[in-house]
Design a binder for this molecule. Sequence first.
Ligand SMILES: Nc1nc2c(ncn2[C@@H]2O[C@H](COP(=O)(O)OP(=O)(O)OP(=O)(O)O)[C@@H](O)[C@H]2O)c(=O)[nH]1
Ligand SMILES: [Zn+2]
Length: 298
Amino acid sequence: MNKNITGRVIGLYKQNYIISHNESIIRCFPKGKKNEAVVGDFVNIDYKSNRYYTITEVIQRNNLFLRSDMTKSRKIAANIDNVMIIVAAEPDFSVELIFKVIIEAIRCDTKVTIILNKKDIKESIKIARDKLYFTEILGIPLLEISAKYPGSEEKSILNIVKDKVTLLVGPSGMGKSTLVNLLIPEAHATTREYSRFLNTGKHTTSYTKLYKLAIENSYIIDSPGFKDFGLNHLSFNEIIKPFSEFREFNNKCKFYNCTHCHEPGCKIIESKINGIIDERIYYLYKKIMGKYILTHNN
Ligand SMILES: Nc1nc2c(ncn2[C@@H]2O[C@H](COP(=O)(O)OP(=O)(O)OP(=O)(O)O)[C@@H](O)[C@H]2O)c(=O)[nH]1
Ligand SMILES: [Zn+2]
């Protein structure tokens, strides 16, 4: 007898899916060779009596957060409302990398918050804060916390994640796991349980997982740390969109297809020279767009 049910992907490791369905979890495999579904997806699954569950259909998504380079793209999570980017006083982090994540979050039409962790490290917190100058100019919420030594302020994260599916991303070493354990005290145990369930033969923790928070209707998706974040799947307009300061000058350049990187008669370059556009933001744009153009023209 075939049994068709709908569930949500809460874990994915190689070809192994963990699907949640009515408070229980089901191990599942993709139907063909391709892994179409990602964490956060709602899927229809099918049980063939003596075999195993397979995903038969991915239900239409609201969005799909991904990163891509010239050769491949990596799907990270689907159906998200919120992207929380975690950086820290130390180790050092790349503003360019963080900004690329913001660009992708805005393409997905989600909210974005930056969490600056390890505020207890007084010697380096100011440098990290200065690097995040763009948050104020572009109106991106920034919250300083200490995931390791939490006080009352850390509770305000709950207001950000309430009633939402929040994707937690960040470079390695910023304290993402510490934050996950603070928000979801049973996360460690859940990860262990999932690893056993996946039967992968080793205790792998480095895969994307969806956790249910204690507050109703609120979820966190924890994804592995990354070193780079490619935007090859985006259009020129999607890359420029978060640079809200540029908007009023965007269509006023001499050339209709101005990249605002080097062209004569560029109103954005002019506005940067006149101090109307923040110089640091302009150079951040130029760096990101310069690399994007280079990979797209090859
Ligand atoms: N001082 C201080 N250290 C912290 C804080 N949060 C995390 N750490 C430390 O920073 C280091 C990295 O923390 P993790 O939570 O493992 O970081 P992660 O981002 O999950 O790192 P990856 O597993 O590499 O992706 C650990 O030694 C933590 O104890 C904090 O608020 N203050
Ligand atoms: Zn221009």
